[in-house]
Ligand binder design. Structure first.
Ligand code: MN
Length: 219
């Protein structure tokens, strides 16, 4: 019998408590797609990282602090991403995850959308977070997966990818031009979305499809 893939999830960081934590929705989304999520430790040696990369079939890069503002996470994610790419593991980035992958690959960010890229679209919506508030136009493999050329998504970001890093191609763009999903060419599966399918997968088949596609590519 085919075993369920193990998916390492980058931990969230509570700066006040100096403690890692996790939003269960990320783990639930992986479980709903047939994967086994494990939350990674914040600190690991390079040797530990090699064992962890070997053990995990895929990696989820979660949302959270701005890239560059949380040295603890930046260091861990640099180590995990470099080794996961070397080993061609499946990778899904969500929100900060997209931004982190882009910067790692040499891309740049809009540091603050409301001041640097004013638009009709509010990219930082209020609650409820599971309710879509803006459209994205789909292309490439994401469009093929969803079977549509546009999608309504939720949005909880004030940063975004500006120039894409090497080998990244956009798979979703908002009507104001902001890149909302990317794929890394030439890899088993490196996808990232700027929105939050983990808040929507329970009721939205398109959000679940993203988790299913990720977990399928983990083995
Ligand atoms: Mn958005």
């Amino acid at each position: 019998m085919k075993q369920s893939p193990i998916i390492g999830v980058t931990p969230l960081w509570d700066a006040e408590r100096k403690s890692i934590w996790m939003l269960p929705d990320y783990l639930d989304g992986i479980r709903a797609a047939g994967g086994i999520p494990i939350v990674l430790p914040l600190e690991m040696s390079k040797a530990d990282a090699d064992r962890i990369i070997e053990t995990c079939d895929g990696f989820l890069f979660t949302g959270g602090q701005d890239v560059g503002s949380c040295p603890e996470r930046d260091a861990l994610e640099t180590l995990v991403l470099s080794k996961a790419l070397q080993s061609d593991k499946a990778i899904l980035g969500i929100c900060r995850g997209l931004q982190f992958i882009n910067v790692f690959l040499g891309g740049t960010l809009w540091q603050d959308l409301p001041s640097q890229h004013p638009s009709e679209i509010v990219h930082r919506q209020g609650k409820p977070y599971g309710t879509p508030t803006h459209k994205v136009m789909l292309s490439g493999d994401l469009s093929t997966l969803i079977g549509k050329d546009n999608l309504e998504v939720n949005t909880l970001h004030h940063q975004a990818a500006k120039e894409l890093g090497s080998d990244l191609v956009a798979m979703a763009v908002a009507p104001d031009g902001i890149i909302e999903a990317v794929q890394m060419a030439g890899k088993r599966f490196v996808w990232a979305v700027q929105w939050h399918p983990e808040y929507m997968f329970r009721t939205d088949p398109d959000s679940l499809a993203i988790f299913l596609c990720f977990v399928k590519h983990c083995k």
